[in-house]
Ligand binder design. Structure first.
Ligand SMILES: *[C@@H]1O[C@H](CO)[C@@H](O)[C@H](O)[C@H]1NC(C)=O
Ligand SMILES: [Ca+2]
Length: 223
């Protein structure tokens, strides 16, 4: 009897500390409000500061105002890693507080799959959209990305885990969110776009630890 009680307490304690961990294959997060206060917290499995990384995600919206998709803040830099869309036709990607812009077609109204990869040694930044690489650019050569990360989807942090501006919030659907501690090969960048088998990462849509804050709903993908 006593042993059973201890077990039960351990389970309850364990559950209350752990985020949901789920295979979200063929599912999406629907951010329902516009503008929105909602966001989804992710917990990357970080061990060492990142010399290299790739973040991929797919989103679908009819917003034309600025919005944050993926926001990775540390205590010292709120824009440590950020994927931001200031307007149709442009993505802005950040490392260590600096950013690059990539111009994209603004006449397509469809799901957009983007991957942002960066390598400290060269400072090279890769931006891929819908399985195609954009001309490479560079920033923050020699920087390392801190591990004290607070990662959210659907908002842009202006301080660690806080200071969200709902007029930079995302409304719409998001899926296939991944992060790796290396630069994906071109082959794997295309696999990410095609939603094929991918290497295990720091964040893995098929085994995602997440916590929803506010009005975000998990639903099956429509197509
Ligand atoms: C980061 O990438 C560079 C260049 O490809 C490589 O030499 C280095 O070992 C990588 N660092 C880590 C920690 O994987
Ligand atoms: Ca910010």
């Amino acid at each position: 009897m006593e042993v059973a009680w201890i077990y039960l307490l351990m389970i309850v304690a364990g559950v209350s500390q752990t985020f949901a961990r789920e295979d979200l294959s063929r599912k999406v997060f629907v951010f329902r409000h516009e503008p929105s206060e909602a966001y989804v917290i992710l917990r990357p499995l970080l061990k060492e500061p990142l010399q290299n990384f790739t973040v991929c995600l797919r989103s679908y919206t009819d917003l034309t105002r600025p919005y944050g998709l993926f926001s990775y803040a540390t205590h010292s830099e709120d824009n440590e890693v950020l994927i931001f869309k200031p307007k149709p036709g442009e993505y802005r990607v950040y490392v260590g507080g600096e950013h690059l812009s990539f111009k994209v077609p603004d006449n397509s109204f469809d799901w957009e799959h983007v991957c942002f990869g960066w390598e400290s040694a060269s400072g090279i930044a890769e931006f891929w959209m819908n399985g195609k690489p954009w001309p490479r650019k560079g920033l923050k050569k020699g920087h390392v990305v801190g591990t004290d990360a607070f990662v959210v989807l659907g908002q842009e942090q202006d301080s660690y885990g806080a200071s969200y501006d709902s007029y930079n919030s995302f409304s719409g659907e998001m899926t296939n969110v991944y992060m790796w501690d290396f630069l994906l090969s071109p082959h794997k960048m295309r696999s990410a776009y095609q939603d094929l088998q991918l290497p295990h990462g720091l964040l893995d849509w098929k085994n995602l630890q997440y916590e929803i804050k506010g009005d975000v709903v998990v639903k099956p993908r429509l197509r």
